[in-house]
Design a protein around this ligand. Structure first.
Ligand code: C5P
Length: 301
């Protein structure tokens, strides 16, 4: 996440994420699932502009780039009102800081919605950071983290930098260093998926997959093993909900990828590439296949 401040405004550029590994260890009594996941930010960004105001209200307008409609639950609309996670984030911070919440915000969305790339969570983290700076609260990251976890399981990840192993609901973050720069192609198909629906349809692991071999392979540059060890326990559940997962698996099987998997709760699907050139060539081939939005991306901070 990059933050630019002027005396009266804050501009935050906040990334999407991919899950290189996601194991569902069990269902908890609070209805959430216990996870072990390796997430990396990638250089596909939303942009949030924040200006303190004295109107006594929180105003948010959203614009989507590119202006492609996707269908599926949660996918077709960008809420601009109080149910947008961005608005909830700044209201929550104001409430906890005991201040009058008043701001104007504009959100430019590039990260596909309902795609398992955590665009909404990333925006919420950006909103906490922007409001903290714009209202000059000077809260530390440690102070913002519990608010982030209240807003959503993926939100705390975006207050950190770089790849991380996330456990619990996803909110317990341990930075994962030394993975190098990784290149990917990501496809967001025309149909999105609801995170809650995918978790409802998933069966937790009877024999959990270990994460360590993937981390080791990425750290030593063992591409073949890394490709084999990409994993997502939610993929079969998502594939029951939309035929797009199977379609994308077939499309990616032709691309000579190091490995390929669904990200998060879907519906986006990514291929790990050998280098930038491979990612760009694979992206232009997939753009001709009518599979949805195609992005060549790399790991980001
Ligand atoms: O935390 P977040 O609001 O992003 O989660 C959305 C939904 O995904 C939850 O309401 C829950 O149904 C499901 N979920 C889950 N276990 C997790 C994270 C999310 O069951 N660890």
């Amino acid at each position: 996440m990059d933050v630019q401040r002027t005396p009266s405004t804050v501009l935050v550029r906040t990334p999407a994420k991919l899950n290189l590994f996601l194991e569902v260890l069990g269902k908890r009594t609070d209805g959430f699932h216990e996870l072990e996941t390796l997430m990396t930010p990638v250089n596909l960004y939303d942009l949030l502009w924040f200006a303190p105001a004295d109107t006594g209200d929180i105003e948010l307008t959203c614009e989507r780039f590119p202006s492609v409609e996707r269908s599926g639950e949660e996918a077709s609309r960008l809420p601009e009102g109080s149910d947008n996670l961005v608005v909830r984030a700044v209201r929550l911070l104001a409430e906890r800081a005991g201040i009058w919440a008043s701001a104007r915000m504009k959100l430019w969305k590039r990260i596909p919605v309902a795609a398992g790339m955590a665009g909404g969570s990333s925006d919420a983290a950006a909103a906490l950071v922007a409001a903290n700076a714009g209202w000059r609260l000077d809260w530390s990251r440690e102070q913002l983290l519990p608010l982030a976890a209240e807003l959503g399981s993926d939100v705390p990840f975006f207050l950190g930098r770089g790849p991380a192993v996330c456990r619990g609901r996803g909110e317990r973050i341990e930075p994962a260093s030394g993975l190098g720069i990784l290149h990917f192609v990501v496809v967001a198909p025309p149909v999105g998926l609801s995170t809650a629906a995918v978790f409802r349809a998933c069966r937790p692991a009877e024999h959990p997959q270990p994460l360590a071999p993937l981390l080791e392979a990425l750290r030593t540059g063992d591409a073949a093993t890394a490709g084999e060890r990409l994993f997502n326990r939610l993929e079969p559940a998502a594939a029951e909900l939309t035929p797009w997962i199977e379609r994308l698996r077939r499309e990616f099987a032709d691309g000579e990828f190091v490995g390929h998997r669904m990200s998060g709760s879907g519906s986006s699907y990514f291929g790990l590439c050998r280098n930038l050139g491979h990612a760009q060539r694979a992206a232009s081939r997939l753009r001709g296949r009518g599979v949805g939005q195609v992005y060549a991306v790399r790991t980001a901070c």
